[in-house]
Each structure stands twice: as C-alpha cells, then as structure tokens.
Design a protein around this ligand. Structure first.
Ligand SMILES: Cc1cc2nc3c(=O)[nH]c(=O)nc-3n(C[C@H](O)[C@H](O)[C@H](O)COP(=O)(O)O)c2cc1C
Length: 353
C-alpha cells in the first residue's frame, strides 16, 4: 500500500477534526509531497486576467486560516481558496461538528466558521505574497454575533482584498444562523452594493474580482432573484454550491441524521444540474465555479460541460487523499483530447457527454 494510503487509513481511525488538524500539520511540515508532474498545457485558461494552470481548485473550508496555500498548490491544484475568514476570530460550534459518511462518500459539518480572524489571515497572506507565486482566493464570512453582516464583508474586502487574487462573498453556509437570509433579493442587493463600492475603491493594482457563493437549497424564485441581482451588481463570478441541508433518502452512513451541511458525492447531481440552470439564467455572462461532489476527472469534466470555468473540491480529498489532485487533472486532459478539444475553454458549457 502506498504511504499516502496508509496515512489516510490511519487518519480515518481518528475523529475527523483531529485528523484534519494532523493533515494541516503534516502539510505545513512538508511531509505530504506527491511526485511533481507539470500541469498539462491543455488545462490552462485565463479568467479575470489571471492565468489558471489547471481549472481544479481547493474549495473553501480546508485551509480556513491560510496556513497551507503553498503545500496545496504544490499538490497540483490550479488555485486555492482560503477561509471562510471572519473579521474577528471565533471558535465555532460545539464539538463534535464534522462527521464522515464513508458509505456515501459524504461529509456533514456544522463547524460554524471557526477561524483565527482577519488579522491572522492577513499576516499569512502577506508572507505568502512576499515569497510565492500561485492563485489564492479569499473566502469571506461574517461573525456569528455580528449585528451588521454587510459591515463584516465590507471589512473583509478592504483588509484582505488587496492580498487576494479573487474574493468570495459567502452567504451560503448553513451553520451561521441568518446567513442564508442574505441571499434574499433586498438583502443581497444591499450587500453587493456595499461590497462592490469598497472593492472598486481599492487601488487598481489590488482590485480583485468578486465571486458570490450560493447555497444549493434555493427555490426557482430565489435563483432568478440571485441571477438578476448578480447581473445588476456586475458580480465577477458565481460559485455553486455550498453544502446542502437536504438529506437524500439513499444516504446510509450512520451519521446521516446529524445537523449541518452535507457535502461530497450526494451533492454532485443536484449541484451540477443547477450549473446549467445558472448559465441560462445569467445568459452565460457570469463565470461559474462548479463545486459539489467532485471526486474524479469525469466529475470535473461534467461540471465544465455544464458551464463551469473552474471547479473546486474538498470532501473527496478526505476519502481519496492528495494523489487525487493529479489523478483528476491528468484524467481531465485525456477526456478533453478524447472529445477533440484543444483547450479547456472550448469545453465550457458544451452540455452532457
Ligand atoms: C469540513 C468542511 C468545512 C467547510 N467550510 C467552508 C467554509 O468555511 N466556507 C465555505 O465557503 N465553504 C465551506 N465548505 C464548503 C466547501 O467549500 C464546498 O462548497 C462543499 O463542501 C462542496 O464541495 P465538496 O462536495 O467537494 O466537498 C466546507 C466544507 C466542509 C466539508
């Protein structure tokens, strides 16, 4: 058995949050180093003026405190998203708050934005920027006890915006009471007006694109509202999607009844279906990031064909380990060639295979 499979098997004997802490420590110590293979040029694309070496990125939540950006880029991710970062540090919900559902390839979490806050993230991002290349997005959240959610995002945009290649306004975590209400039309209009004004006031050399991350649990009317508001606010990207509150009947893992957001394989179908829906709702005018249940090259390819310019994953890393990243990118390059594409951009939104 290869070393990383042994490490993974040992980690799965531990409580998920402890296993995550050990993984971060191992990454920081440089102990997880897969064989370096240069990204296939067919996977490169340019979005927001940034050259993405591959479309596969690390989703938010893995590196909440901007500790392992370099190590994760080294695994072969084309970009890494850190956070969610809230203005002040907060400890999140009571433990245990992460649950594995191995039979379902899924995870349930109700972490509640546990993170060390903006100042800690800012210091680490500054150090990273001083010595390292690579695309790093910053995902912003609000403090649980905040009485002006929009002000928390505004604070994140002004302090972390200059250090981010792109910013994500995350209004879709199910674990912060009231947060998803920000996806309603009036609240979203107010929020996006305020954050875009602050972003636009940043110096032109440090003015990142703004991406809105939304929930999968939305009614048809919600989706239309979000698309309309995002277009009017000239948002630069939409990320679909966060974890779901739904509990499909087919789940068998013993933790399926735990409260929190469900991610991983059960999210793949529903989150991919709405990607194409959003492509038509926005007339293809807003770049989409496809997230939810990606665990193979075929999954990533399906998201791209459904309209995603970029793809992210998190839960599959828990079950497949770091080797999955190069497995997906190399498999994706093969799929593109098989179907006669000469670049990833040609496949975006091409429909089902
Ligand atoms: C343990 C855990 C923590 C997460 N924390 C965050 C977070 O802080 N901010 C965020 O926007 N998304 C967070 N997510 C959601 C992921 O970024 C992603 O949207 C979701 O898990 C679906 O992708 P996946 O099926 O590949 O995991 C978290 C997911 C997990 C599993």
């Amino acid at each position: 058995m290869p070393l990383d499979r042994i490490f993974l098997a040992l980690l799965h004997r531990l409580d998920p949050e402890r296993a995550h802490g050990l993984t971060i420590a191992a990454l920081r110590a440089g102990l997880v180093t897969p064989p370096p293979r240069a990204p296939d040029p067919i996977l490169a694309s340019t979005l927001w003026g940034l050259r993405f070496p591959t479309p596969l990125g690390l989703a938010a939540g893995f590196d909440k405190n901007a500790m392992v950006m370099k190590a994760m880029l080294g695994l072969g991710f084309g970009f890494v998203e850190v956070g969610s970062v809230t203005p002040r540090p907060q400890s999140g919900n009571a433990k245990p708050r992460i649950f594995r559902l191995p039979e379902d390839g899924a995870v349930i979490n109700r972490l509640g934005f546990n993170n060390e806050g903006q100042a800690a993230a800012e210091a680490r991002l500054e150090a990273f920027r001083a010595g390292q290349a690579g695309i790093v997005g910053v995902n912003l959240g609000q403090n649980k006890d905040s009485d002006d959610a929009a002000a928390d995002y505004v604070s994140g945009v002004s302090s972390l915006g200059p250090l981010a290649d792109y910013l994500v306004i995350n209004v879709s975590s199910p674990n912060t009471p009231g947060l998803r209400a920000l996806q309603g039309r009036a609240a979203l209009e107010d929020l996006l007006t305020r954050v875009t004004a602050v972003r636009d006031a940043l110096p032109s050399t440090h003015r990142p694109p703004l991406v809105l991350k939304i929930a999968p649990d939305l009614s048809a009317a919600d989706k239309e509202d979000i698309a309309g508001v995002a277009l009017a606010a000239r948002i630069d990207g939409l990320a679909r999607s966060h974890t779901t509150l739904a509990r499909p009947d087919h789940l068998t893992g013993r933790h399926r009844g735990e409260a929190g957001g469900l991610s991983g394989r059960p999210l793949f179908g529903p989150s991919t279906a709405v990607l194409s829906e959003f492509t038509s709702l926005t007339g293809g005018k807003i770049p989409l990031i496809g997230i939810g249940g990606v665990a193979s090259a075929a999954d990533a390819y399906a998201k791209i064909r459904a309209g995603a310019c970029l793809v992210q994953l998190y839960s599959a890393l828990i079950y497949h380990g770091p080797g999955l990243v190069s497995e997906i990118t190399h498999g994706l390059a093969d799929l593109l060639r098989r179907d006669g594409f000469s670049s990833i951009g040609e496949a975006v939104g091409c429909g089902q295979t």
